[in-house]
Design a protein around this ligand. Structure first.
Ligand code: BGC
Length: 781
């Protein structure tokens, strides 16, 4: 415990005159716990909804509050989403304000409401998948710092982020909130985000623990996963974050694991999370769905969110009926108090205005660095800023900054791609612009279910993704646009959200109108010897194999946050050299993905894949499957081009204490400055267990290297990092044999290879936990 927190607790106790004595550690929190009545303990375990003048302060639009016990000086704290920026409402609002004493502690009974006149807009960062595509840990840290600062300024104590579920199947509606199909990339990037936030004194919530990999049926689905796949793929990112960045809280997912709801699952929350990994924070429920209260408390899932009064009664009853032990109850109360007493609220928070301009620059930095150049024939890109552009696609004029649901951020504005290009000097074809603006305007009116909502909602949660215009009869217009402009830029837009999964047709696969647009525009421009660039303003995987030959250049912009258009323009113009790499595989066909055999269909309401899902693909998720099976892909994991080229030399491996260090010299041997991502894959020997052809075990990014500049990059992994989970013997096993190290341009392309030999196996024994209820026909090689 920090000294300041220690003082706060002492003051808390002395000022309320309820408790006295010196406080030192967790034990001291237990001393407070022991003095609370059963009613007070129960109250602390249940959040509170809505405006309540007992609350220390209220931030409109926060996802929830903990309950205060003002008589004891225990304030309520605010919890708000989410992954890509704070989700609060930018409204003038009545806020309850408590007076603070000279120690910064709330004075009981001083709570009163005051009008907050400021509009609390927040900075919208690119989607989480985009952040992962930067492969830049410092940027994840920076994003965390900005989010943490905004939280502190606005009075949010816990940000409900990061979401680190594995992108198992491209149809999951929440994939855009998640990092990658790879647990190592996920864990390392999310750890940095957590550190950046928590360094500001703001807590985080690692979610959704665990296996929230589908939206359809998520509330009751039993995710049947082998112990090996669970440990190596689905839990690994959580393990990395818990051990490396110590998130204050972990949010239990809705689904079941090993036949038991995650939130009441003692094996998951006590044996694994606390006893094995050493987590010492608070576990809270995901919102709204209720699980049996005694099960929650006994599994030390402490905070029920958003909370209802009858849950408090349920806790009191469960204690009286001895369905929960006094110890289990006290542990939960301790966990809540620990977070509350560490919060900025408990430290005398005061409103201040964040530097939204500076924060927007940080968001744009992440966006630019996340963009992945998939194709660039004849070095078409970058293009001169005085080019005349025929700009096609509804999302070019109403661009998609982010996904919907709890990841929505109420930002002050979105820079559309058309605006970003124009701001940099590009000349956008006026006729096309008029057509698209009119069309989007009409569509917005048609799609508006609530026309009276305020403007800030229209550009955030209620912003529509406009279906594409049917250009099948627009030959003359396309022809004219080809004659009048230097080139065509086509934008394909795809959003997604928390409320549902995506679908195969008109979503993962392009709609007929989109195919027609690509077909006709590229044909007409190519006939006139003019080039076509496709920009993908997308939430995640879409089908690319059938149309990619028609484009001369393809750039993935993802959902790039509020500075969307500026970031796209910076990359198109070459102001920024693209350095993003795919954190997910783009397959040729959806059915090539092994999990496609075990994924619900949109609208499904019961049965297999809804009530339970068998993860038959086992550990063969994403590139682990494609690299081993040799099934071809459209674009592999880790792939991404640059406007310059890099040479790798002097690659070495050296044994260090408990692991290995790889070092390699990376030289920019092209003609533009740029950053390179260094990807280190391990290929483990197939002795006792079969391993994927390659597995990412280290990565890094160079600084911005000038032409001819060289940087020596050093990357490390531990023996434990490269061990596999032997479920028969419940142990992590580093088997003996030759380990090949591949420094790759992607999971598919080796640049240089190294190797080392393990002569004596090493094991890490663990408890036999979380075996699936039933799992048949596991995919094997
Ligand atoms: C989501 C969480 C979110 C919570 C609070 C739930 O519906 O699953 O990710 O943090 O709502 O908004």
């Amino acid at each position: 415990m920090h000294f300041k927190q220690f003082i706060v607790i002492i003051c808390l106790l002395t000022t309320t005159a309820v408790f006295a004595g010196s406080l030192t550690s967790d034990d001291d929190i237990y001393k407070i716990v022991n003095k609370l009545t059963l009613e007070q303990k129960a109250r602390l375990l249940v959040g509170t909804v809505g405006v309540n003048d007992e609350l220390s302060h209220i931030v409109a639009g926060a996802a929830g509050w903990t309950y205060p016990i003002n008589s004891l000086g225990i304030p309520s704290i605010n919890l708000a989403d989410g992954p890509v920026g704070l989700r609060i409402d930018p409204v003038s609002t009545e806020i309850a304000k408590t007076e603070y004493d000279t120690n910064g502690l709330p004075i009981a009974g001083t709570s009163k409401t005051a009008k907050q006149e400021k509009l609390n807009y927040c900075t919208c960062f690119p989607s989480t998948t985009a952040l992962a595509a930067t492969w830049n840990k410092s940027l994840a840290h920076l994003q965390g710092e900005v989010m943490g600062t905004e939280a502190k300024d606005y009075g949010i104590d816990i940000i409900l982020t990061p979401g680190i579920n594995i992108i198992r199947n491209p149809l999951c509606g929440r994939n855009f909130e998640y990092y990658s199909e790879d647990p190592y990339l996920t864990g390392k990037m999310a750890s940095e985000l957590i550190k950046g936030i928590q360094q500001q004194g703001i807590g985080t919530s690692l979610k959704h623990f665990v296996a929230n990999n589908q939206q359809t049926g998520k509330k009751y689905n039993d995710a049947r996963i082998s112990q090996r796949a669970l440990r190596e793929i689905y839990l690994k990112g959580f393990e990395i974050c818990v051990k490396e960045s110590h998130p204050w809280t972990v949010m239990g997912s809705y689904n079941k694991i090993a036949g038991e709801f995650t939130q009441t699952n003692k094996q998951l929350l006590i044996e694994l999370l606390r006893n094995e990994w050493g987590f010492d924070g608070m576990v809270l429920t995901d919102w709204t769905v209720r699980r049996p209260i005694s099960g929650l408390i006994n599994a030390r899932c402490a905070l029920n969110m958003p909370g209802e009064k009858d849950i408090v009664d349920g806790i009191i009853k469960a204690v009286k009926n001895k369905e929960v032990t006094e110890k289990a109850l006290n542990d939960c109360v301790h966990d809540v108090l620990k977070v509350v007493l560490n919060s900025v609220t408990a430290h005398g928070w005061k409103y201040s205005t964040p530097d939204l301009k500076a924060n927007a620059i940080a968001s744009q930095d992440v966006a630019e660095e996340s963009m992945v150049l998939l194709k660039n024939n004849e070095k078409l890109l970058p293009i001169n800023t005085n080019s005349k552009i025929a700009l096609y696609g509804t999302s070019a004029y109403q661009s998609i900054a982010g996904g919907t649901g709890s990841s929505n951020v109420n930002k002050a504005y979105i820079v559309d791609i058309s605006t970003g290009l124009e701001n940099d000097g590009y000349k956008i074809d006026g006729k096309l612009k008029d057509i698209y603006k009119d069309y989007n305007g009409i569509q917005n009116k048609l799609l508006d279910t609530n026309a009276d909502i305020p403007d800030w909602q229209k550009i955030s949660y209620h912003r529509h993704v406009i279906p594409e215009i049917d250009l099948s009869k627009a030959d003359y217009t396309i022809q004219q646009s080809a004659t009048n402009n230097d080139l065509a830029v086509i934008v394909i837009g795809r959003g997604s959200g928390e409320t549902s999964d995506r679908q195969l047709e008109d979503d993962l696969n392009l709609s007929r109108a989109e195919k027609t647009m690509i077909e006709k525009v590229s044909q007409t421009f190519h006939d006139q010897n003019k080039k076509v660039i496709v920009i993908l303003n997308i939430c995640g995987v879409i089908e690319t194999a059938s149309w990619r030959d028609k484009a001369d250049a393809i750039l993935i912009a993802w959902l790039p946050g509020q500075e969307c258009g500026h970031a796209v323009s910076a990359v198109l113009s070459g102001k920024t050299n693209p350095s993003g790499r795919l954190p997910i595989t783009f397959p040729i066909h959806y059915i090539d993905i092994p999990s496609s055999k075990n994924y619900p269909y949109l609208g499904q309401t019961s049965g297999r894949n809804f009530d339970y899902t068998e993860y038959q693909e086992d550990i063969w998720v994403g590139y682990r499957f494609f690299s081993t099976s040799k099934v071809p892909v459209s674009y592999p994991f880790g792939f991404g081009l640059s406007y310059t080229t890099f040479d790798y030399s002097n690659a070495k491996i050296k044994k260090i204490q408990g692991g290995y260090e790889i070092s390699v010299d990376v030289t920019n041997n092209g003609s533009r400055s740029g950053k390179e991502v260094i990807q280190v894959y391990v290929s483990a020997p197939n002795n006792a267990m079969i391993h994927p052809e390659v597995e990412l075990k280290a990565f890094g990014k160079t600084n911005l290297l000038k032409p001819n500049e060289t940087q020596t990059v050093k990357l490390r992994f531990t023996n434990y990092d490269i061990a596999s989970f032997d479920e028969v013997n419940s142990q992590w096993l580093l088997d003996k044999g030759i380990y090949n190290i591949i420094i790759g341009r992607s999971s598919d392309e080796a640049i240089t290879k190294l190797s080392f030999k393990i002569t004596k196996p090493q094991v890490w024994k663990v408890k036999n936990l979380l075996a699936p209820v039933k799992l048949v026909n596991k995919l094997t090689f």
